[in-house]
Write a new protein. Structure first.
Length: 125
């Protein structure tokens, strides 16, 4: 019920979803890279959501609602398209992907979109 009505904080919401993905993937023996994604919105706001990685630069993003979706299913899309859709979700405001947290308790901060992209493609496994 809390997920459907967006109750609680975005950070708690994203942490619970990331944890549920970890548990599910562990149970079924499948590995899909999943992380808590910290974003900057506009000049001063920060927000938490979920990042999943497919092949190359394909990503799926779940904010309060799924960002990368097709036919009511979460879909992996190229990072540039996902970022554009994410910006549209936030009424066209500038979106900065400025950090991630994932297991085993690893936190990484990014200075630029290019740094985030490089990490996503080269290191996020």
């Amino acid at each position: 019920m809390a997920f459907k009505h967006h109750r609680g904080t975005c950070g708690s919401y994203a942490q619970v979803l990331v944890t549920l993905y970890y548990v599910y993937f562990d149970m079924v023996g499948k590995k899909i890279p999943v992380a808590y994604l910290s974003i900057g919105i506009g000049k001063e706001r920060h927000h938490g959501c979920v990042l999943m990685k497919g092949e190359g630069d394909l990503v799926a993003i779940v904010d309060w609602d799924p960002i990368t979706i097709q036919n009511n299913m979460i879909k992996f899309m190229p990072l540039e398209l996902a970022k554009r859709l994410h910006s549209e979700y936030w009424a066209g405001e500038e979106i900065r992907y400025d950090g991630v947290w994932m297991r085993p308790n690893l936190s990484i901060q990014f200075i630029s979109f290019e740094e985030f992209r490089r990490w996503l493609i080269e290191e996020f496994i």
